[in-house]
Design a protein around this ligand. Sequence first.
Ligand code: GAL
Length: 767
Amino acid sequence: MFKRATIVLMLIVFGTVIIALSGCEEKKAPTVISLDKGWLFHPGDNLEFAKPEYNDSSWKSIGVYEPWEKQGYPRLNGFAWYRTKVVIPSSIRDEADLKDSLIVKLGKIDDFDQVFFNGVLIGENLQNVKPGTKPANDFKDLKNSYWNEQRRYSLPLKSGLIKWDNTNVIAVRVFDWGGAGGIFAGELSIGMQSYKDYVKIIYNNGDFKSFGKQFEKKIVVKNISKNYTIEGEFSVNVVDNITDKKLYEKEVPMSLPPKGKNYFSFTFDKPKESAKVEYEFEFKNDEEKIITEGVPYILTPPVKETPQINGALVYGERINKPFLYRIAATGKRPLKFSAEGLPEGLTLNANTGIITGKVSKAGKYEVKISVKNTLGTDTKTLEIVIGNKLALTPPMGWNSWNCWGLSVSQKKVYDAAKAFVNTGLADHGWTYINIDDGWEIPGNSKKPKRKRNGEILTNEKFPDMQKLGKDIHALGLKFGIYSSPGPLTCGGYTASYGHELQDAKTFAKWGIDYLKYDLCSYRKMMKDQNSVEELMPPYIKMHKALMKINRDIVYSLCEYGNGKVWEWGEKVGGNLWRTTGDIWDDWNRLYQIGFGQAGLEKYAGPGHWNDPDMLVLGWVGWGPNLHRTRLTPDEQYTHMSLWALLSAPLLLGNDLTKLDDFTLNLITNDEVIAIDQDKLGKQASRVFNKDSIQIWKKPLADGTTAVGIFNTSVKNNDFVLDLVGLGFSWEVILRDVWKQKNIGVFAHTYPCRIPAHGVKLLKIIKK
Ligand code: GAL
């Protein structure tokens, strides 16, 4: 390692003084200039805005860490411009080892962008363009949105566009399809390109090949420069985050000719708990590039062969509505199901565990359900409540949006339903199969959107909705759909405005059990996005329609938390309501949304839940092209643990035909699921928030308490849990929920190591 070797050598020769000197030596003047402040904004479109001399003095200031909707432009879709002025000191060029290009980073932009530097187009939609390229009038490749991608454009010094020690104007032309728009996250800066930028360590995010007890990993180190040979030392270390032990280490000299690449593969024992791989390239000039990735680790023991009843143990329907409940149970097949005390009108299929029928008498029915195989029997009490409440526990299922986006189809939806059964997910309580946006006829299509009688039509990707409903129900699963109170959905498809009752009836005909009703284009009809008086009526209208049909439909409100929906969502008939904007697979977003739920606990309970949006585990992508979630394994444990503590609806958003062992384990831990599905329905509250540790506490129906200790920092943390502070003044039994194992008896304190962005999920059992 070059740097360390130099320091050691100097130490021997000159003693300690040099350490201080070598420390100073590394402190160079800043080589990167931040662009996260000082932006001006103008809605609409005019290519004059690109010109540096354009007078933007009447433009308004705007931040770049929130979409424009949150900054005074609630209804804006389509074009808008951002402009900023920046002085670029020549010192950053003079001090740089390489003097080829400037790198302009412009954060994440929803949906499309063209970037002008001193009036010249330098990049659009993630691609550099050659100076001199004329900006197209509309954006290229409008089929794929780039909303969640970091923009990074390179600007060659020889282009002559950069005014050193002088003001430069950056103008960004943005086009937003719908929903949130503008520059809203990521890194915004200007800096000189360095060796680091030329070396790419391609590690295929999360792709570890399993061979028995070992993982094998293959990576590629690439030099993308055309001119430089890059030399240095490349090292790989696999470190256990809990014990700090090295599970693998290797250091090799590496020389990469222009455009050259090196393959590197390594094998190590699968970690028992959290671990990371550190890839480090040390360049000859002392620069270094370090990339880390998490290693998947499985905490949940394998599913037992003895029978076990899982999932919600309380279930509500209304009088005389079609009843469907599939007893979720694991254990070696075949299983035989039986039930004692079923209300009149219901029958159980002893082979499938599916209960169907209709109940005409309101009441609470305690049903003793049993499931048996050659190895034993499990019996539990299922409380069936026939009354006026649905969703007595948070809905659990799958929704098409986070994987398929608008490319969803009948086949993809049915594949997800089959996967629920084939992978065993349904045996752990996963029930709803929900179609999100994209099943309707696009608003801009020439085709009729509705039949002559007004009945809504599906597009060609959904040839037979009624059949799909039947097929899903035949598996014992439930069927969900999506619409909007406006004329169009967020994706620009036909929605329910003016046809609410008719659509509710059509949904009933198709066998729909769940409706996500997304505000979207209705916003255009509102004066104030946050006005409760304006927000309630469209939701009440659809609720009334749903009350008129002969089916129970769980009602999910989606209006991004506007007007504090948690305060009135139940009043308008909502069974759940989104409390935030959309989630995506990024730690900052997960952090913002998940930990932002603090304080909302008093609004959740059986039949009415806060919804912090869907899960981003497994393969996701919002369109035809999917990628493995960008959350690290620790972040994924945090995601699942926090959502369970929050009594959040658990809606998977991944391609279920592509489930790896790690993801499957994450979503089939029955003790974790039981925390979410607990009968008491109490959402966790945050009881501690200090030094990047947050503790969330949730009381459970059996008298125990679920506690999540979350480490929100980037460093592993040795934490001592104060049990007395949590309200347990005497000895308690602590159970590790992920490992499904009692840890021991503790009094006063419990010391533990929580990995970076990770969690310890405990159950506290009074002795
Ligand atoms: C958004 C909503 C997403 C998804 C999308 C469909 O408004 O928050 O969850 O439903 O619309 O276009």
